[in-house]
Structures are given as C-alpha cells and as structure tokens.
Design a protein around this ligand. Structure first.
Ligand code: PNS
Length: 158
C-alpha cells in the first residue's frame, strides 16, 4: 500500500496546499497531512487549530487524514509505514531548499521525496504572505478555504 506524507507548518492551510493534497490523494492509496511542531516558532494558530482546519478542508477526500509530529520527519515516516514524502514546489527557491532536505532524508533512512509542481494559479501563495497581507487589510478570501478565511479574520480581530 502506498502511503504519502505531506508535511508542513500549515499556519494556516491555503488553497495552494489543498491543490497539492488533492493531487497527491489521486496518486497514493493513503495521504497523511502532518503538521510539524516547531517549538521555536510561534504560529498564529495552535497545532490543534491547524489540524482541525485541514481536516475540515479535506473532509471530502476519503483517503486523507491529518496528524501532527514533533521531531524528525523521517522518524515519523518510519513509525507510520509512510512510503514517500510529497512536497509542493512553487519555484526555484523552494527547489533549492527542498532538494537539500529530500537528499538529507534519503541519506538518513532511504525514503524518497516526490515533488508536485504548484498550480500556477497558486504559485505566489504562502501562509506567511497571506497572514501579512490580511494583517494590513488586504483581501485574501480567494486564497484560503472559506472557513479558514473566517478564522484568520477572527484571529486578527482578537
Ligand atoms: O511548511 P514548512 O514550514 O515549509 O515545512 C517545513 C517542514 C516542517 C516540512 C520541515 O522543516 C521538516 O520536515 N521539519 C521536520 C524536522 C526535520 O525532519 N528536519 C530535518 C529536515 S532534512
């Protein structure tokens, strides 16, 4: 059985992430979207909030589940019988960084990473940029699932 992990911070999940997750779900038997916990980086949303937003946005995909992890991604992969890491690539900057991580992960455990080119419609999207634009009143409604957009606006209003 092929099991892909789509790891990330997802603070919060964007339509760009979801496009990649849907395409990965069409290629693998099972997809685990895993929120990586980085204790040195304070996010806008808690890990539980991020997981709930992803779960809601992917509820229509029967082979996708959501999880979280603190530690090395390769250890998560080993413990969950993951057969491949899958990442979206927006451009050359992503590639340089992702290639290095993919090669490190292969060196550590032999696991392979597959890259999915971002849909050009979402090529400029990142969670950080969406948060920055929304913080200063920019309209990001088309860049996020409806419920995530509502939660982002609510968090900014707090
Ligand atoms: O959404 P992000 O922040 O770009 O995701 C990066 C992430 C979390 C996938 C990456 O930093 C990662 O895999 N972290 C887990 C810790 C780890 O395995 N580090 C070594 C990578 S070679």
């Amino acid at each position: 059985m092929s099991i892909a992990v789509c790891p990330g911070s997802f603070d919060p999940v964007t339509n760009g992430h979801l496009d990649v997750i849907k395409r990965v779900a069409a290629q693998f038997d099972e997809v685990i979207v895993t929120v990586l916990i980085n204790k040195s980086k304070k996010g806008m949303f808690t890990i539980e909030e991020r997981m709930a937003m992803i779960a809601e946005a992917t509820s229509g995909l029967s082979n996708v589940r959501v999880d979280s992890w603190h530690g090395l991604l390769v250890h998560y992969a080993q413990q969950n019988e993951v057969t491949a890491i899958v990442k979206g690539l927006r451009g050359a900057n992503d590639f340089d960084y992702e290639l290095q991580m993919a090669q490190m992960n292969t060196a550590l455990t032999g696991i392979d990473t597959f890259f999915v080119p971002a849909n050009p419609q979402f090529g400029f999207l990142s969670s950080s940029l969406v948060k920055e634009v929304a913080t200063y009143g920019g309209d990001v409604a088309e860049m996020l699932p409806k419920s995530v957009h509502a939660k982002l606006l609510a968090r900014l209003a707090e």
